[in-house]
Design a protein around this ligand. Structure first.
Ligand SMILES: Nc1ncnc2c1ncn2[C@@H]1O[C@H](COP(=O)(O)OP(=O)(O)O)[C@@H](O)[C@H]1O
Ligand SMILES: [Mg+2]
Length: 285
């Protein structure tokens, strides 16, 4: 068995996965693509030797990513990212708890588990507020709530129609940011790219048609990024920052499965190449 063989576990082969495959092929690094929809783990017989040294997670679903990486780890594989990072960063509430414990600036965030308590929190923070599912991406199911009537309506919908995870009310002050946020990509303890995501909409995900633009790193951005790495651990991370009206920076979220086609458009940096560099580093460690 080639002990350095890599596995790429993905739910879908998009351009980004193709770029990673191409990069591995160019460097003559042997790998297998594992389709997360087809993979099976025999937990009752977990001692057979895996042919892989490490697996790169490219699953879109948070839950598949988390549990698939835990299963691979039980077989002795190195995982990128490790399930502990996926667990922490894929859940906005867990991320907020850890960032606030370490005094890393974030938008003011509050949590409640009941309709009345959530409504009280919203009124305490003051309108407008943002309410988000604790697990999710691409700006889906985010709501900007401008008054009490809207708050009652959103909370009621979440309570009646939502699954249990939507009964965890994650509430944030609305940041009066410029028409953009900042995304910083990290591999290990290094920053591999930074960009703005600009939009007329307050939700600035590229999945919602925001335009990626190159962004010059500032000392403040570097400082916040390093603080995040220190707290969540080294891996492949996409750290999203929001500026307030005074230009101060806040960590909005840390994505544990980075999408990078926007960054490649905006900057010409070959992110797939950096990902492969990092995988090699992990395998050699
Ligand atoms: N509290 C906030 N105030 C202002 N804008 C926000 C706030 N939270 C999120 N946004 C905007 O919405 C986008 C998506 O929010 P985010 O929390 O990253 O959810 P997702 O995981 O769906 O990307 C952010 O990139 C940012 O532009
Ligand atoms: Mg986001």
């Amino acid at each position: 068995m080639e002990k350095h063989k890599l596995a790429i576990c993905a739910s879908k082969i998009r351009k980004e996965e193709k770029d990673i495959f191409l990069c591995l092929e160019k460097r003559k690094i042997s790998y297998d693509y594992i389709d997360s929809g087809k993979v099976k783990f025999h937990l009752y017989n977990n001692h057979s030797l895996s042919p892989y040294r490490a697996v790169l997670n490219r699953c879109i679903s948070y839950y598949t990513s988390l549990y698939a990486m835990q299963c691979f780890e039980s077989q002795g594989l190195l995982t990128v990212n490790h399930s502990s990072i996926i667990d922490l960063c894929g859940d906005k509430l867990k991320t907020s708890v850890v960032l606030s414990k370490h005094n890393i600036a974030t938008p003011k965030t509050a949590v409640a588990f009941d309709y009345d308590s959530a409504l009280e929190l919203i009124e305490e923070i003051g309108y407008p507020v943002v309410i988000k599912p604790i697990v999710g991406s691409w700006g889906r199911l985010l709501a900007k709530i401008s008054d009490r009537y809207a708050a009652e309506s959103i909370l009621e919908h979440k309570k009646v129609l939502g699954s249990p995870i939507h009964h965890i009310f994650y509430i944030q002050e609305f940041m009066q940011k410029p028409d953009r946020d900042i995304r910083i990509l990290v591999a290990g303890n290094e920053i591999i790219g930074s960009m703005y995501r600009r939009s007329n909409h307050w939700i600035t995900n590229t999945a919602r048609d925001a335009i990626p633009e190159a962004c010059q790193l500032t000392e403040d951005m570097i400082r916040l990024t390093k603080a995040c790495i220190e707290v969540v651990g080294e891996g492949l991370l996409a750290i999203d920052l929001i500026e307030n009206q005074h230009g101060e920076l806040f960590v909005n979220e840390i994505n544990p499965t980075m999408e990078f086609k926007g960054m490649e458009q905006a900057t010409d940096i070959n992110i797939a190449d950096h990902i492969v560099d990092y995988l090699i580093k992990v395998c050699d460690s």
